[in-house]
Write a protein that binds this ligand. Structure first.
Ligand code: 13P
Ligand code: SF4
Length: 302
């Protein structure tokens, strides 16, 4: 309690806001001014009036907040909290891919480093990737979609489009296997299966709904179903239970934990507010170029 009070006090003094991703530890979700998916968090970052943003998530998410609010101080409590999938592609690698396909437009998943976003035409999240392809890229002959090959595959099935892809993937979501889903379905025949589009094709085929993390939270609230098999990082179940105390949730696999999402602790949030560390810094030119691809996504999304 003392720790929470200290954080609250300091947050006020610093005029700070705490943004928290749905996979964060319960103790961090409890500190949140706003909890959400990558899209919701970037929208929140773009409109907050706070001077300091404490981003409890992974590095690319905090970078996205900085790109949208360069005048603000954006802090990440643990600078080692990266996203391995985002780090599977560099700007240099994307540039060589662009050289091979000079006519192609580049769609990048938000799970990318800032300088990859700067080399892209349009950004997307798991909540709006299908919409971006259908609405913004319909007239394009060639589209490079990086870095998640499974998200690209899912979007391809939804839009009837082929993409030039990259061999990236989420090391946590690939741990969910089709046999895990089958086993849970057998045990809980009344449960609906929700899967994140970072899951493999074989898992997605077994799902009743394919949704972003925020999409899952919304869907669970709105539907009459009572039981759910959750095909994503199991940290989201804390929020699902809290918002739907009478519904029941089964993780598709206990192994699908994202270790970097668990690096943030209350102590680190407190230190981060005390010392204003670790600050996200991005070169101005990168911010200007990356901002275009994110803002285009936000405009189309609304
Ligand atoms: P969401 O945008 O659905 O929250 O997904 C982000 C992510 O990193 C999933 O692994
Ligand atoms: Fe990255 Fe996967 Fe972790 Fe999401 S769950 S932050 S994609 S490693």
């Amino acid at each position: 309690m003392e720790m929470i009070e200290k954080i609250k006090k300091l947050k006020k003094e610093r005029n700070a806001v705490i943004l928290v991703h749905n996979y964060q530890l319960p103790e961090i979700q409890e500190l949140a001014d706003f909890t959400g998916d990558s899209l919701g968090l970037s929208i929140e970052a773009s409109k907050t009036k706070a001077e300091v943003i404490v981003f409890c998530g992974v590095y690319f998410m905090a970078e996205t907040a900085k790109i949208l609010s360069p005048q603000k101080t954006v802090l990440i409590p643990d600078r080692d909290a990266g996203c391995p999938m985002a780090d599977m592609i560099t700007a240099k690698q994307l540039c060589s891919l662009k050289e091979k396909h000079p006519q192609a437009k580049v769609l990048c998943y938000v799970n990318t480093p800032a300088d990859v976003k700067a080399e892209s035409d349009l950004c997307c999240t798991s909540a709006n990737a299908v919409k971006m392809v259908k609405e913004a890229l319909a007239g394009e002959k060639e589209v490079i979609f990086v870095p998640d090959k499974y998200l690209a595959d899912y979007v391809s099935t939804q839009t009837n489009r082929n993409f030039i892809t990259w061999d990236g993937y989420c090391p946590s979501h690939v741990k969910i296997l089709p046999q895990d889903i089958r086993k849970q379905k057998e045990l809980y025949p009344h449960a609906l299966t929700l899967a994140h589009p970072e899951c493999t094709r074989d898992v997605i085929k077994l799902a009743d709904k394919v949704l972003s993390t925020e999409g899952m939270c919304r869907y669970v609230k709105e539907t009459n179903s009572q039981e759910f098999i959750i095909g994503t990082e199991p940290g989201i179940i804390y929020r699902l239970k809290k918002e739907n105390p009478y519904k029941i949730f089964y993780p598709a696999s206990e192994l699908a934990v994202c270790p970097n999402m668990k690096l943030t602790t209350q102590e680190k949030v407190l230190w981060c507010l005390e010392d204003l560390k670790y600050e996200i810094k991005i070169p101005e030119q990168t911010i200007l170029r990356a901002k275009k691809s994110i803002q285009k996504m936000l405009r189309l999304h609304n």
